[in-house]
Design a protein around this ligand. Sequence first.
Ligand code: ADP
Ligand code: MG
Length: 238
Amino acid sequence: MGSLNIENVKKSFGQVDVLKGIDLEVADGEFVVFVGPSGCGKSTLLRVIAGLEDATSGRVVIDGKDVTATPPAKRGIAMVFQTYALYPHLTVKNNMGLGLKQAGTPAAEIEKRVAEASAMLSLDPYLQRRPAELSGGQRQRVAIGRAVVREPSLFLFDEPLSNLDAALRVNTRLEIAQLHRRLKATMIYVTHDQVEAMTLADRIVVLNGGRIEQIGAPMELYNAPANEFVAGFIGSPK
Ligand code: ADP
Ligand code: MG
């Protein structure tokens, strides 16, 4: 569970064409990284997959089911944002469990899933704290935990490490890689960081101006970039 097909997806805001026809197939369990310059449409594409934006045309298919018109909560996905988006008045435990509670999950099941996720993400000591009492890295782990407890077949990450300092970025990146191995879920991850892309990805999708320049395994792009743009982004030796 967790395959994704994007079929000729276009998205315009008014007169501005942001996505100009995106086609992409992601296999169940794959880790796919979107890279590209600021403004090229990475977040918009994630938001269309999540259902937070409607595509202007084209289809989004998850596990063989056309979800183009399905509301976000019914797509079986969870999204992790750069800015964490935690509730300041709720404890870590309640931040992690809130989505399940709203979905009507029984309390005992919420308890179990929060315990599992907090163990996985080393959050046990912080469960009774509020977000203001946590470091940036801990907050981002809570945001990831909140996604994990929902047991989605598809995770979407939008530059989840960009507000963290260098050392924490490395740790959190390794945790995300470990999570991918443990959960075997499909993950789609946006970054503008070349090291993140090269180390996390099964395949990298290079976006530019609302189009895909190239798709391939990290070493494929590195050794055989399709054009100057990809070469510049993935950083083959000049
Ligand atoms: P990226 O994540 O690659 O930096 P975005 O997907 O956020 O790029 O944005 C791509 C383009 O779409 C930008 O030019 C941005 O200004 C525009 N855009 C994004 N969201 C909206 C919106 N809600 N209304 C109008 N323009 C938008
Ligand atoms: Mg963005």
